[in-house]
Design a protein around this ligand. Structure first.
Ligand SMILES: Nc1nc2c(ncn2[C@@H]2O[C@H](COP(=O)(O)OP(=O)(O)O)[C@@H](O)[C@H]2O)c(=O)[nH]1
Ligand SMILES: [Mg+2]
Length: 237
């Protein structure tokens, strides 16, 4: 049997170990939940770390993934909410006024040498004829629709199907944006209105409800879901 002195030391050591573990757990939980609550710092960093981690998993030594650049092409009619999506995907600060895009707009997400460019090409009539020229470089197409703009849905449908006819494989994410508006169509209604049942079965396709507003960030329609989906899709490429 161990002498009483040794038992005392053992119990002290065990107590210290439990306290240290508890502190570590506390710090880990604080760090994790800071990402949700402290939107100015953690949210963006957390996503980029997660993206780097997911992409890094693909390459056994990590080197191949480190040099990768990805492009997400963001299209849709003017006023659909593309610039707002780009803003809230890369930033959690409220932005009162988002000016109409003259030509292009892009946002770059970077972490540890990974680079994801989200490229918006303006959606006015004169720019739409150039859209297809950007398809070949894109890894994912995000097509933003103003779900509350009923009169322009036929135009959105036509433009989307023209793009899809040019590239049969490109993964597609359609965003049913402006869900915070009371007359916005649901994803099921938009699926029908945009004739999305006609998509070929080889294409990866997702339809997400979004609200590209500051208030929308904490809701089920948050653009955060778009970020998470992008991580998953880019990690598979
Ligand atoms: N209520 C609401 N307004 C939005 C939403 N997304 C964008 N907007 C507004 O719609 C207008 C056009 O948005 P913008 O991002 O410039 O559209 P873009 O032309 O497709 O880039 C702006 O006034 C935005 O503030 C949304 O989800 N809900
Ligand atoms: Mg814009």
């Amino acid at each position: 049997m161990a002498p009483p002195g040794a038992l005392k030391h053992l119990s002290l050591a065990l107590g210290a170990a439990v306290a240290a573990l508890g502190s570590l757990l506390f710090i880990a939980l604080k760090l994790y939940f800071r990402d949700v609550n402290d939107s100015s710092v953690g949210w963006r960093g957390r996503w980029e770390r997660q993206l780097a981690l997911e992409l890094g998993r693909k390459a056994p030594n990590g080197d191949k993934a480190r040099s990768c650049e990805y492009q997400v092409l963001v299209l849709g009619l003017d006023g659909a909410g593309k610039s707002s999506i780009l803003h809230y995907v890369s930033n959690t600060e409220a932005k009162k006024c988002i000016s109409p895009t003259e030509g292009f707009n892009s946002v770059q997400l970077q972490y540890n040498g990974f680079q994801v460019d989200l490229l918006e090409v303006g959606g006015s009539q004169n720019l739409r004829s150039y859209w297809n020229q950007f398809l070949s470089k894109a890894h994912i197409l995000v097509f933003v629709v103003d779900a509350a703009d009923g009169p322009r849905l036929p135009a959105a449908r036509q433009e989307l199907h023209c793009l899809l006819a040019e590239d049969a494989q490109l993964p597609l994410i359609v965003l049913a944006n402006k869900q915070d508006k009371k007359d916005a169509l649901s994803v099921a209604e938009l699926h029908r209105e945009l004739a999305l049942h006609a998509l070929n079965s080889q294409r990866e396709f997702f339809l997400l409800p979004t609200s590209a507003t500051y208030a929308g960030l904490g809701t089920a329609n948050s653009v955060l879901h778009l970020k998470n989906l992008l991580i998953k899709l880019l990690a598979q490429i």
